[in-house]
Design a protein around this ligand. Structure first.
Ligand code: ATP
Ligand code: MG
Length: 252
């Protein structure tokens, strides 16, 4: 039996008076990819930001309900946010490498947080680049600027940078939205390889991508989780008509 890594109960989120999430309930399991789909403004990014408390940075916002990570209530005001953000890493739609070398992009944050010798850091950099399936393309130019990489390579670099912090959960917010089909396929392949060792939440409005890589699917519509289930089932026999409309392209 897969273990529940993240348990979400009755989770609501407000920007001022506007309710962006309405009483979400779902479990995310270790070793699985949860795909989250839904039209623009349905609350997908809002949900991800709560899971590593990036949402704390938004003035006049409010969260209610419960999120447990390995059984710990992560919404507690005194929860250790540095530790949380190391355990729950995030990759954004637009890769933003540091204007430094490929090596430094990976070593920068671990150097601040994890005590590693030079040899250990070299090993960590290689491991993260291999895990993100970028190693072969960059191993001979680790000290070149990361800004010289292609968009697809930069996205894998940002994934590697997240992995180098040794997270347990990886949140990805439309990581392939700016990429060509070949780079997209490489990212999808990478996620499939990583799945067994991590808990992954992939937000994408590409329903075909969700169908290809996700083990479970959630469908968000206007702040509500309309559907949640095992991927092939959601795509063949959705419980809610609105899910059917969305996946068959009738709206969204
Ligand atoms: N910082 C903010 N302040 C106020 N309202 C916000 C803020 N961020 C998001 N919202 C609102 O919350 C709702 C949900 O936004 P969110 O970004 O979570 O949607 P999304 O599903 O990720 O959309 P998209 O597919 O466009 O990325 C939207 O109506 C949005 O305008
Ligand atoms: Mg979004």
């Amino acid at each position: 039996m897969a273990k529940v890594k993240i348990q979400v109960r009755d989770l609501s989120f407000y920007y001022g008076a506007f309710q962006a999430l309405n009483s979400l309930n779902l479990d995310v399991f270790s070793g699985e990819i949860l795909g989250l789909m839904g039209p623009a403004k349905s609350g997908k990014s809002t949900f991800l930001r709560i899971l590593n408390r990036m949402s704390d940075l938004i003035p006049d916002s409010r969260v209610t309900g419960s999120v447990l990570l390995d059984g710990e209530y992560i919404l507690a005001p005194n929860y250790d946010l540095d530790l949380l953000r190391r355990r729950v890493g995030m990759v954004f739609a637009k890769p933003i490498p540091l204007p430094r070398s490929i090596y430094e992009n990976l070593a920068f944050a671990p150097r601040l947080h994890l005590k590693k010798s030079k040899a250990e850091m070299d090993a960590l950099v290689e491991w993260a680049l291999r895990a993100a399936q970028l190693w072969d393309e960059v191993k001979d130019r680790l000290h070149d600027s990361a800004l010289k990489l292609s968009g697809g390579q930069q996205q894998r670099l940002c994934l590697a940078r997240t992995l180098a912090m040794e997270p347990e959960v990886i949140l990805l917010d439309e990581p392939t939205s700016g990429l060509d089909p070949i780079s997209t396929a490489r990212i999808e392949e990478t996620l499939s390889q990583l799945r067994k060792d991590y808990t992954i939440i992939l937000v994408s409005n590409n329903t075909k991508q969700i169908a290809r890589v996700a083990d479970k699917v959630g469908f968000l519509l206007m702040s509500e989780l309309i559907e949640y289930g095992v991927t092939p089932k959601v795509f063949t026999v959705p419980q809610d008509k609105r899910t059917d409309d969305y996946i068959t392209g009738r709206f969204g």
